[in-house]
Design a protein around this ligand. Structure first.
Ligand code: SF4
Length: 390
């Protein structure tokens, strides 16, 4: 792991004002006034202390507050966590501190407090700029409110990203193109653009299964994605990852480093981590149920459900899966340093040659990358590479 000398910290806040019908994240509806913010602050601090006490002393390169809706978190909790980190580890001079937020949870005072607490990058869950679709997605805000929130963020933060969901039921390609044009007109440095998915465990997934809403066909999905890639690229935001588009140097460094195979701590209910302990990678997973997590941390000082050594072969496969998501692809030297394997011992060389010949992969000096054509079939490509079967 020495190829990435710094690590990230992911902090999960599981609470939202309501549960969106498409959401399969570890998130739960709550009345924020009923939360014991002090108890949550102490528990997150305790788990952070526990994780830091057993992981190698890498510099901290990024902190990411995700959720859920961490803009509902008391900003004093953010301050306390960042102060604790600064006390126990060296922080990168370019420390990136991101926070996910929802438009309905931000007023100018909250934004000022978040900035004062140390947040330097905001990621706003806009999801649509069309009120009809916002309603279908169960969002609590309107397009007007989202645009207003973006304006307030832009006045205070240099780095802002928005999430949008496309390929919604009944959405035409032309309508998405126009909506994306409007979003690009905001001039943001980063956009996360996801196709709507229908997890069977969610109300929207059940509506799709019963025929009440219709998901895109795979041909339509490909059309939407190709259009999105072209439009973003024309506007100078290249897809540095399958669903993430940014101006140069505006990438989310926290996520990019994870996709490169960097270590990170996972704090909070349901958080996952890749901890480095005496040079070995451990996969950690916290108890997902917020009440059980809180009680366990209060009893034991941590909310881990599992923490186990990641076998070298599993680690290598994970690096392939994550690395091919990035436009930069897999750096062969870094792969060797992180996994102990030459990439071509892990993937099938004959399958790789075939996929290069067919235009789905590209071999560049010191790297293996997926082409735009390959991105449409990424899951199948990685399966073929890792199993050798067509
Ligand atoms: S606000 Fe985000 S995390 Fe919360 S329920 Fe909706 S999609 Fe899920």
């Amino acid at each position: 792991m020495s190829a990435l000398p710094q690590m990230g910290v992911y902090i999960h806040w599981p609470w939202c004002l309501s549960k969106c019908p498409y959401c399969d994240f570890n998130s739960f509806a709550c009345d924020p006034d009923s939360l014991d913010q002090e108890a949550w602050r102490q528990a997150l601090l305790a788990e952070l202390d526990h994780c830091l006490s057993q992981t190698d002393r890498l510099r901290i390169g990024s902190v990411f507050f995700g959720g859920g809706t961490p803009s509902l978190m008391d900003p004093r909790t953010i301050t306390a966590l960042l102060e604790r980190l600064a006390k126990r580890r060296t922080l990168s001079a370019k420390l990136e501190i991101s926070l996910e937020a929802n438009p309905g949870t931000l007023d100018t005072r909250r934004l000022d407090d978040l900035k004062l607490a140390g947040i330097n990058r905001l990621s706003l869950g806009v999801q649509a700029l069309d009120d009809g679709y916002l309603k279908l997605l169960g969002r609590r805000h309107t397009a007007k409110l989202a645009l207003k929130a973006i304006g307030h963020i832009q006045k205070r933060f240099d780095r802002c990203s928005i999430d949008l969901i496309y390929g919604r039921p009944g959405q035409s390609l032309e309508a998405w193109q126009a909506e994306l044009e409007q979003a690009l007109g905001l001039g943001l440095g980063h956009y996360s653009l996801y196709q709507l998915t229908y997890d069977p465990a969610t109300p929207l997934g059940q509506a799709a299964a019963s025929g009440k809403v219709t998901a895109l066909s795979s041909d339509e999905e490909a059309e939407f994605y190709t259009q999105t890639l072209a439009q973003m690229s024309t506007n100078g935001r290249s897809a540095y990852e399958i669903s993430n588009f940014a101006l140069p140097k505006q990438e989310c460094r926290h996520n990019r480093d994870i996709w490169r195979g960097g270590a990170y701590l996972g704090i909070g209910p349901g958080a996952h981590g890749r901890e480095l302990r005496q040079g070995q990678v451990y996969i950690t997973e916290c108890q997902p149920n917020p009440a059980l997590w809180l009680r366990q941390v209060q009893d034991k000082g941590h909310g881990y459900k599992a923490a186990q050594f990641l076998l070298p072969g599993e680690r290598a496969e994970e690096l392939v899966l994550m690395g091919l998501r990035l436009a930069e692809g897999i750096d062969l030297d870094r792969f060797l340093q992180l996994s102990g394997f030459d990439l071509f011992e892990v993937i099938d060389p004959a399958a790789c040659r075939r996929l290069v010949k067919d235009g789905f992969l590209a071999e560049k000096p010191g790297r293996l990358q997926v082409t735009d054509e390959g991105r449409l079939l990424l899951d199948s490509l990685t399966r073929v590479l890792l199993t050798g079967s067509p």
